[in-house]
Design a protein around this ligand. Structure first.
Ligand SMILES: NCCCNCCCCCS
Ligand SMILES: [Zn+2]
Length: 667
C-alpha cells in the first residue's frame, strides 16, 4: 500500500528578510522556517518523512497564474538597490522585496510543485512543503500580504495541466482570506476553494467585501468558492470543528476531489498576533486527519502564514505527525461554537444551499435579516469581548501539546482459525489471563464448555486492555455472536471509571440500548427501520430511508451528525459494529472506519459478524491507516433523509452543542 509522507524544505528560503522599517511586515521573519524545520527534526518527524528536494518554478509554471508583466517586473528585483527595492515595494500592500526574494519565491512555488509531483505520481501518499514567502495573497499581477507568487494556486493549475486532475480542493485554514487564490479560481468549477478568515465585518485586513460569505464564485464557478468569515477573535477548537463538519466536509465529499491542496497557514492558532484566535495547535492534527480520506489520501500541505514561532512549530509538528499516520490526540474539553461562529456557519450554509445538495435543507432566512441580527448581537457582546481581550493579552499561554506516542502494534486481529491474518496486522493470541477467563466464564458463557466463545471473548477483553495501555492502537474481531461480544467489550470498558465508549452500529441487528443514560456509552445506530420509541441523549438511532445503501445520505449522517457527536463525546474507545444486512458498500465502510480514527487516540475496535468475512481485508486496510477509496461524486441524498437528519440534529442540539448550525433565536 502507498504510504510515506514527503517533506519539502530548503534553508535557502530563509535567506531573505525585511531590510527597512515597516511595522506591517516585521513579523514575516526567516526564523519562521528554521524553528518549524528544527522542531520537526527534534521531534524525530523529519527522519520519518521522505525528503524531497525543492526546485525553482520555471517561467511557465509561474505564468500558469501570474501575468508576464508582473513576472518581468519581479525578475528585475535581484539587481535593485535598496532604494529601488523600497520604491518597487510601494506599489503593493503589506509586502516587502529583497534582492534574494525572487529566488526564494521561485523555490517556494517550485517546492509546492515538487510536492504535487511526489504525491500524484505515488512516490508518497501525502506531504508538506515548508516554504516562504507564502503565496495565498498574491494576485495575478501583484504581490500582497508577504506573498510574491501564489504557490498553491500555481500548484492547482499545474496539477490540472500536467496530470489532468479533474477536481482540486483547496482548503485554506490560514487566518487570513487568500483573496489571491479566490480571484484565480472564482469562475472555475474544477477548483473548490474553501477559506475561513478573520473578518470582523470587513474591519480586518485585507478588508475586502469579496471575503464575505456571500461571495460564492462567479459564472460556472458559482458555488465553488466558500468563504467563512470570523466576525470575532477568540475562535476555539469547537468553532473550527463545527465548520469542518457542517460546511467543508459535506461539500468536499459531494465534490469528490482528485487532489487536496492545503493553504496551511498557522496564524489561526492560539498566540498568533495576527489571528488572535484561541484554537490549540493539536486541532491541526484533527483538521489534517479529516481531509486524509479525500482524494484517496492525496493531500499536499503548503505553509502559508504563522507568526508566533511557538504555536507555529507546534502546529507544523501536529500536521506532519498526522500526515505520517499517527493517531491524533484527544481534543481537550471542546466547547460548542460561539454565537458569532454559528451566525457565520448559518450564513455560509444558506449562501451555498442552492449549489450543494447536502445543504438543500439549510434553513433560508433573508440575508438582510441575518446580517442585522449578526451586527446587533455584535455590539452587545463587543464591549464584553474587548475588556476580556485586554486581560488575555497579558497571559496568552497554552499547554504544550501532549507527546503523541504511537503504540508498538497498530492493528491486532481476532479471527477464527480458518481466516487468514491480513498483511500488516498482528493476530491476537487468546488470553491466558485467568481472571479474564473466569470473569468471561461467569458473565457470558451459556454452556460451560463453549470453548471457542471463551477464547474469543477473553481475547477481546485482553485486546481492549492492551488498547487502554496504548500497547495496541486498534483492532478487528470476526465473531460468531456479535451481541455477546459487544456486551463483553462494553462491560469491560465500563469497569475503568473514566472510560467512555462510543458504539457505532451499522446493520439491522437490534441493539439493546445501554442500561442507563449514565453516559458511559453513547450508541449511534444506523438502520433503515424507523424506531418509534424516543431514545435518550446517549442512544441515537439514525434512520435512513434506504438504510446505509444510500451512500450520500449515509455520508451526510456521518459527517454532520456522527463526527460532531463523537468529538463532543470524546470517547476513550470507539466500538464499530457491523452486522449483515447493512447494505453498506466497502468504500463507505472504509470512509467510516477511517474518519472515526480521529477519535479516542485512534483506539477503534471493529466487531464483525462471521458472515462479513469478505470485509476483513478492506477494514484492516483502513485500520492500518491506508486512505479509504474515494466515494466518487455523490448524488443528492434523499430529501426525506436530509430533513430527517435536520430534525434529529435540532432535537439533539440542546444536549450536543457541536450539532448546532444556527445561532440560538435571539429574544
Ligand atoms: N499587523 C500587521 C499587518 C499585516 N497584514 C498582512 C498580513 C499577511 C498575512 C499573510 S498569511
Ligand atoms: Zn495568514
Amino acid at each position: 500500500m502507498k504510504m510515506g509522507t514527503a517533506l519539502v524544505y530548503d534553508e535557502e528560503m530563509t535567506k531573505y528578510k525585511l531590510l527597512w522599517v515597516d511595522p506591517a511586515c516585521k513579523i514575516e521573519v526567516p526564523e519562521r522556517l528554521t524553528v518549524s524545520h528544527e522542531a520537526l527534526v527534534k521531534a524525530g518527524l523529519a527522519d520519518r518523512c521522505v525528503a524531497v528536494p525543492v526546485r525553482e518554478a520555471t517561467d511557465a509554471d509561474i505564468l500558469l497564474v501570474h501575468s508576464e508583466e508582473y513576472l518581468e517586473a519581479v525578475k528585475k528585483t535581484p539587481y535593485m538597490t535598496l532604494e529601488d527595492l523600497k520604491e518597487f515595494t510601494l506599489q503593493y500592500g503589506d509586502v516587502y522585496f529583497h534582492p534574494n526574494i525572487y529566488h526564494c519565491a521561485k523555490l517556494a512555488a517550485g517546492a509546492a510543485l515538487q510536492l504535487v509531483d511526489s504525491v500524484v505520481t505515488g512516490k508518497v501518499r501525502n506531504g508538506m512543503a515548508l516554504v516562504r514567502p507564502p503565496g495565498h495573497h498574491s494576485m495575478r499581477s501583484a504581490a500582497n500580504g508577504f506573498c510574491v507568487f501564489n504557490n498553491v494556486a500555481i500548484a492547482a493549475q499545474y496539477a490540472k495541466q500536467k496530470y489532468g486532475m479533474k477536481r482540486v480542493l483547496i482548503v485554506d485554514w490560514d487566518v487570513h482570506h487568500g483573496q489571491g487564490v479566490q480571484s484565480c479560481f472564482e469562475d472555475d468549477p474544477n477548483v473548490l476553494y474553501f477559506s475561513w478568515h478573520r473578518y470582523e465585518h470587513q474591519r480586518f485586513w485585507p478588508q475586502l467585501r469579496d471575503s464575505d460569505y456571500d461571495c460564492v464564485g462567479k459564472e460556472k464557478g458559482a458555488g465553488f468558492n466558500i468563504n467563512v468569515p470570523w466576525n470575532k477573535v477568540g475562535m476555539k477548537n469547537g468553532d473550527y470543528l463545527s465548520v469542518f463538519c457542517h460546511v467543508l466536509l459535506p461539500i468536499a465529499y459531494e465534490f469528490s476531489p482528485d487532489l487536496v491542496l492545503v493553504c496551511a497557514g498557522f496564524d489561526s492558532a492560539i498566540g498568533d498576533p495576527e489571528g488572535e484566535m484561541c484554537a490549540s495547535p493539536d486541532i491541526f492534527a484533527h483538521l489534517t486527519h479529516l481531509l486524509m480520506n479525500l482524494a484517496g489520501g492525496k493531500v499536499c500541505a503548503v505553509l502559508e502564514g504563522g507568526y508566533n514561532l511557538t504555536s507555529l512549530h507546534q502546529s507544523v509538528c501536529q500536521t506532519v505527525q498526522t500526515l505520517l499516520g499517527d493517531p491524533a490526540p484527544r481534543p481537550a474539553d471542546l466547547d460548542g461554537p460561539c454565537t458569532s461562529a454559528l451566525e457565520s456557519l448559518h450564513c455560509v450554509r444558506s449562501a451555498h444551499r442552492q449549489y450543494w445538495s447536502c445543504l438543500k435543507h439549510a434553513a433560508e432566512l433573508p440575508s438582510s435579516e441575518i446580517s442585522t441580527k449578526c451586527i446587533k448581537l455584535e455590539e452587545e457582546e463587543e464591549e464584553k469581548q474587548q475588556h476580556q481581550k485586554k486581560e488575555e493579552e497579558e497571559k496568552e499561554a497554552w499547554p504544550e501539546p501532549l507527546k503523541r506516542l504511537t503504540p508498538p502494534v497498530r492493528t491486532a486481529v481476532v479471527l477464527p482459525d480458518g481466516v487468514v491474518c491480513p498483511d500488516g496486522c498482528e493476530r491476537f493470541s487468546p488470553s491466558e489471563d485467568l481472571n479474564i477467563l473466569n470473569k468471561v466464564r461467569e458473565n457470558f458463557l451459556k454452556g460451560p464448555d463453549d470453548s471457542d466463545a471463551l477464547t474469543t471473548l477473553s481475547s477481546l477483553t485482553a485486546l481492549v486492555e492492551k488498547m487502554e495501555k496504548n500497547e495496541i492502537c486498534n483492532g478487528l474481531a470476526l465473531v460468531r455472536d456479535v451481541s455477546t461480544a459487544r456486551m463483553c467489550v462494553v462491560q469491560h470498558a465500563a469497569t475503568a471509571h473514566r472510560n467512555r465508549v462510543l458504539m457505532v452500529c451499522v446493520g439491522d441487528a437490534v441493539v439493546p440500548s445501554p442500561g442507563t443514560d449514565d453516559g458511559k456509552t453513547l450508541l449511534v445506530q444506523f438502520s433503515n427501520t424507523e424506531s418509534e420509541e424516543q431514545k435518550g441523549k446517549f442512544h441515537i438511532p439514525v434512520c435512513l430511508k434506504k438504510g446505509c445503501s444510500d451512500v450520500s445520505g449515509f455520508t451526510l449522517a456521518v459527517l454532520g451528525l456522527l463526527l460532531p457527536l463523537g468529538y463532543e463525546y470524546d470517547p476513550s474507545l470507539v466500538l464499530l459494529v457491523r452486522t449483515p444486512g447493512s447494505g453498506l458498500c466497502d468504500a463507505a465502510w472504509q470512509q467510516l472506519t477511517g474518519l472515526l480514527q480521529g477519535l479516542a487516540q485512534g483506539h477503534t475496535l471493529v466487531l464483525m459478524q462471521e458472515g462479513e468475512k469478505a470485509c476483513v481485508g478492506p477494514t484492516a486496510s483502513s485500520l492500518l491507516g491506508v486512505a479509504a477509496p474515494s466515494l466518487g461524486k455523490l448524488p443528492a441524498p434523499l430529501p426525506e433523509d436530509v430533513q430527517a437528519l435536520e430534525r434529529l440534529r435540532h432535537r439533539l442540539q440542546a444536549d450536543w452543542k457541536l450539532l448546532q448550525t444556527t445561532a440560538p433565536e435571539t429574544a
